[in-house]
Design a protein around this ligand. Structure first.
Ligand code: SF4
Length: 384
């Protein structure tokens, strides 16, 4: 099968690669181990700087991830985890390498949604190994990391103060061995509290975008608008809103009807200039797919639920491709500017009367080498 990947990009437009600008070049010695200090048998006697090790570990994970999608909901119970799981499954079905990071500390459901209830993760030389979800039509097993894999039992309550939550967010990104991924989907906890701020800080400067899950109820809408504002204030690209439980299909006549009027939602989203990407029906098949560990977009790829999720998947792919194109354009510009400097230096040795002619000739050749503007990878025309 032909697939394409979004290669990890420089977090932002090209930076000065000089050694004095590279913080890691000046950083203290690192042990190079692929796991957090907390899991290290030598932690007590180790005299290396542990903060540096943890930072380096997180950066090394993020360097292999193309696009991060944070699935947010400012209110609990709107189906954010369902949206996360089916988005991840939809991306995996398109041939991308996908991970799901379950950041919902108080309700880590991704283990259930991918059929791993009661299972644990192992600590290997390169960190915690995410569980690998395989399904028909998925070329690259989906990698799932969740607090649920580290709990004594599924009904163990999490009673943590903020410092522990902060640490877990670092573990989620740094301690799991995510490997190279095209997309990491993060199932965020509801609200705009500690976990969200910690992750937003941690991922700053990387390719991160957000999706907002909500239901059309007024109370959910009111909370969602706070999350919209968070994204705007943090300059976190918000791809749009996924309206969950948007309607019901009658099991008798097949007709659709809406449980909640959506006029207010549409109006409010228009006001804050946020798109509604999809309306996901309230569906028994969707719920039972989640309960049985088989996301519906894979279990019934031609069903109405999978069709409803398709624009959400498409929006994420389009955003990643746009980011790739912009990064490639920046790289080309940097290359062109470097080449321009070198060209001028070389022209200094050409007799003045010939300089313009030589310059035009070389510029034409360079433009020919670069060709047209860069195109992002396409799943159908790039073979790995
Ligand atoms: S304690 Fe941390 S820094 Fe020290 S050897 Fe272990 S993993 Fe490396």
């Amino acid at each position: 099968m032909s697939v394409s990947h979004f290669p990890p990009r420089d977090p932002r437009p090209p930076r000065d690669p000089g050694p004095s600008r590279d913080p890691l070049a000046l950083a203290p010695e690192d042990c190079g181990r692929g796991h957090a200090c907390q899991f290290c048998p030598q932690e007590e006697e180790c005299r290396l700087e542990k903060g540096h090790h943890e930072k380096r570990l997180i950066e090394s994970r993020l360097a292999k991830i193309g696009q991060i999608i944070m699935v947010m909901a400012n209110k609990g119970g709107v189906g954010k985890s369902t949206v996360s799981a089916n988005l991840a499954a939809g991306l995996a079905a398109r041939g991308y390498r996908v991970g799901v990071a379950d950041a919902d500390i108080h309700g880590p459901n991704q283990s259930r949604f991918f059929g791993f209830v009661g299972q644990r993760v192992r600590l290997g030389g390169n960190g915690l190994t995410p569980r690998a979800f395989e399904a028909e039509g998925v070329e690259h097993p989906l990698r799932v990391g969740s607090l649920a894999f580290m709990m004594e039992s599924d009904d163990t309550p999490i009673v943590w103060r903020d410092a522990y939550k902060h640490d877990f967010m670092h573990h989620l990104i740094g301690s799991f061995d995510w490997g190279p991924l095209d997309f990491l989907v993060i199932d965020m906890p509801p609200g705009t509290g500690n976990e969200l701020i910690t992750l937003a800080d941690l991922l700053e400067g990387h390719d991160v975008a957000a999706l907002l899950a909500t239901t059309p109820q007024e109370v959910a809408l009111m909370d969602s608008l706070k999350a919209v504002r968070f994204c705007q204030e943090r300059q976190l690209p918000l791809l749009g809103v996924v309206e969950n439980m948007a309607g019901v299909t009658c099991p008798h006549c097949g007709g659709e009807f809406h449980l909640f009027p959506r006029a207010h939602l549409a109006e409010a989203l228009a006001e804050v200039e946020v798109d509604s990407l999809a309306q996901i029906p309230l569906s028994p098949a969707l719920a039972s797919g989640s309960d049985s560990g088989q996301p519906i977009v894979l279990a019934a790829p031609d069903g109405p639920e999978a069709r409803a999720f398709a624009p959400v998947v498409e929006a994420c792919v389009a955003h990643a491709r746009q980011g790739f194109a912009e990064a490639a354009a920046h790289s080309l510009q940097a290359l062109a500017s470097e080449a321009g400097d070198e060209l001028e230096a070389a022209l200094a040795s050409v007799p003045p009367e010939q300089r313009d002619a030589v310059r035009h000739e070389l510029q034409a050749q360079f433009a020919g080498l670069l060709g047209d503007a860069p195109r992002p990878p396409d799943p159908d025309d790039v073979t790995r």
